[in-house]
Design a protein around this ligand. Structure first.
Ligand code: WT7
Length: 654
């Protein structure tokens, strides 16, 4: 940011306290919330020491809570030893071996229930199978699988033997897979013949073969799960069926006790610039924040059935599917398919069928399903739900209200959770029995998380609603350890300012009069109009609040007089406006934004299309939109786009 302030003008005043009924049964009540904060403020290290002893089972207890001698490389619980898989599975067996750990549903309606004991046995057998192929402590294993229980089993099995896994989302191309394998130096690839999605088969093994053909010299073995049963090529010596690997293996496998800081996994972030970064997470610190946020923010209790819709290819699928809820002893739901198969009611049918109590998804999914109308959710009994969550981007108040009324029937708190691949777990989010929510705000930092909004000099911004840099001022257990193989990039990306003392999140944010955090957008998505700084996400939120608009993305292009001009890419309800209609809708939307935010935020140009260019994970490709807005040649790879045709529409070529 060139100057200190980002103007923030979109004001949302509604507040929703949790019901008395919710508070009465919540794990963390207002008094507990205060006590947690007091403890963390009075004795930061003591607080985390206490949490780590309470929430994790240690093979060898730690004596050092935080080693900051190599800052900004922070090491937590450094001399302790534990095993993540033991903490997720074994420690529950004495009391709840028969409790369901995983409820799985395939797109075609096939279901499986896996108890904690069965999960233990399958993880051990597979871990022994990995060992039989020579996998040992510290080896990197890439997982490229559909959303079946075996994906979680593979992750847990790696953790059990100290192997470092790196899950690559099944929607990524062969090229991306190869790059990640090579960057990680992985010796093994675990995949499947295929997966089911949107009524089609995702050809995972074929893509894996392509990646391997392109050159992955470190790979020695490939394990293939038979999921779809289609014909695939198996290279003798290198490729092995999952069922052959586990055949005859013991269902006991002594956990490998690893150091607290032993890398649990690498996860490559969808690089908006350049080469993807392998975010490296620790074992103990990561798991600690994963467990406590499942307990605090999702309030997971004995009878809860928790469905986080994220794929295990993303951090959300690590922390809120594969590790955190299991470490909390909960029951999770996994669904392999698309949300609109056979129709837009599928999610709500799954909620009814499996009596889901806690549901966690992304605003983009909420908006997409909202578009199909209330009749889909209204067909199903959603009364089992007691808590809803969102993640990934700021949720626009309109979608928030729909989630609240049509899905939550005004009974369920909504936890809007701000965090990142790098933070490993929720950082700013409401603890639902203790914090009132406001549509569009991720509310307050969790106890022990020292988040702040600062100016260019690193000073706290005390003025309400004045934007600045979102930072975390103290290290926390689940903070990334480094960028795999690139220490310098770790420092340059996350500690480039403020004397290297604060973790720079890369988001801009503001705090309101109540101290609530409002995420305004990525620092690189901030536009400067006539010397006024505006968050692009705010303009999008305003556009989306218009009844005709389903989705919007805002970027800027250089402008002679104003410095930058705002270009909005808009998806309308129903038919895309064409010819005469375009002018009319543009006028309407410009006036609307003028009313919602102010004349300064009116888009200079609005273009319509049938969809926005998104990565397979649903992130809008802003850099591509900037190229289009500027009339520049498109040099980046758009072959991974879910919807390639919209690029032409946005360019005005169709
Ligand atoms: C970026 C991190 C964390 C899992 C999913 C994305 C944005 C995330 C929120 C939220 C506003 C949010 C931020 C952040 N973001 N959650 N609740 N409200 N923005 O993980 O790919 O690492 O992206 O997503 O911009 O920096 P990610």
């Amino acid at each position: 940011m060139a100057d200190n302030d980002i103007n923030s003008t979109l004001v949302e005043n509604r507040q929703f306290p949790p019901s008395e009924e919710f508070v009465a049964r919540a794990r963390i009540k207002p008094a507990d919330f205060e006590a947690l904060h007091k403890h963390a403020e009075a004795n930061y290290e003591g607080f985390w020491e206490y949490q780590a002893r309470q929430n994790l089972d240690w093979h060898k207890p730690f004596s050092i809570t935080l080693d900051d001698s190599r800052a900004p490389h922070y090491q937590w619980f450094t001399d302790g030893e534990l095993n993540v898989s033991y903490n997720c599975i074994d420690r529950h067996l004495a009391t709840q071996a028969d409790k369901t750990a995983i409820i799985f549903e395939g797109e075609e309606g096939d279901t499986r229930h896996i108890s904690y004991q069965q999960l233990h046995d399958e993880v051990c057998q597979f871990a022994n199978g990995l060992k039989s192929r020579g996998i040992k402590n510290g080896d990197r294993v890439v997982i490229y699988m559909p959303m079946t229980p075996e994906a979680v089993i593979a992750m847990q099995a790696c953790a059990r033997i100290g192997a470092i896994h790196s899950v690559v989302f099944g929607g990524f191309s062969a090229e991306s897979l190869r790059d990640r394998i090579n960057d990680a130096g992985a010796v093994m690839l675990i995949t499947a013949d295929g997966g089911h999605r949107g009524g089609k088969i995702v050809e995972l093994k074929t893509a894996a073969d392509k990646a391997l053909e392109k050159g992955t010299p470190s790979i020695e073995n490939v394990i293939v799960l038979k999921r779809t049963g289609q014909d695939i090529a198996m290279q003798s010596g290198r490729d092995h069926w999952w069922h052959d690997i586990v055949a005859g293996q013991s269902s006991e496998c002594e956990p490998e006790w690893v150091n607290a800081t032993h890398p649990l996994f690498l996860l490559y972030t969808s690089g908006s610039t350049g080469k993807p970064k392998g975010i490296q997470h620790s074992s103990a610190g990561y798991l600690l924040n994963a467990v406590i946020t499942n307990l605090w923010v999702f309030d997971l209790q004995d009878n809860d059935i928790f469905w986080c819709t994220a794929d295990v290819g993303w951090i959300t699928g690590h922390t809120y599917v594969a590790f955190g809820p299991l470490a909390a002893g909960s029951t999770i739901v996994m669904y392999e398919g698309a949300p609109v198969v056979p129709d837009a009611g599928r999610f709500w049918k799954i909620v009814e069928d499996h009596k889901i109590t806690v549901f966690y998804t992304a605003p983009t999914a909420i908006r997409a399903l909202m578009k199909f109308g209330d009749e889909y959710p209204n067909k199903y009994d959603l009364s089992s739900l007691r808590l809803l969550g969102t993640v990934g981007e700021p949720i626009n108040p309109e979608a928030w209200m729909w989630y609240h009324t049509v899905i939550g029937k005004e009974r369920c708190p909504i936890v809007d959770t701000w965090w990142q691949t790098e933070t490993g777990a929720h950082m700013i989010a409401p603890i639902p029995g203790a914090v009132s929510t406001k549509p569009g705000s991720c509310t307050l930092p969790l106890p022990g998380i020292v988040a702040d909004v600062v100016n260019e000099e690193g000073e706290s911004i005390t003025e309400a609603n004045k934007g600045g840099y979102l930072v975390i001022k103290k290290p926390f257990p689940s903070m990334l350890q480094t960028v795999w193989g690139d220490e310098q990039r770790y420092i340059d990306t996350y500690f480039p300012k403020f004397g290297g003392k604060y973790y720079l999140a890369g988001d801009s944010a503001r705090r309101d009069e109540d101290g609530y955090f409002w995420i305004m957008g990525r620092i690189d998505d901030v536009v400067n109009i006539s010397g006024h700084r505006l968050g692009t996400m705010e303009i999008e939120s305003a556009l989306v609040a218009h009844e005709r608009v389903v989705e919007a993305a805002v970027v800027s292009r250089p402008h002679d007089v104003k410095g930058e001009a705002i270009v909005a890419f808009v998806i309308c309800n129903g038919e895309r406006p064409v010819d005469e209609e375009v002018k009319k809708v543009v006028q309407e939307l410009r006036d609307w934004v003028g009313e919602e935010i102010g004349a300064i935020a009116k888009p200079d140009e609005i273009r319509f299309a049938d969809g926005l260019p998104k990565t397979r994970s649903g992130k809008i490709m802003r850099r591509l939109l900037r190229n289009i807005a500027r009339g520049e040649e498109i040099t980046q790879d758009i072959s991974t786009l879910e919807n390639e045709g919209v690029v032409k529409q946005l360019q005005g070529k169709e």
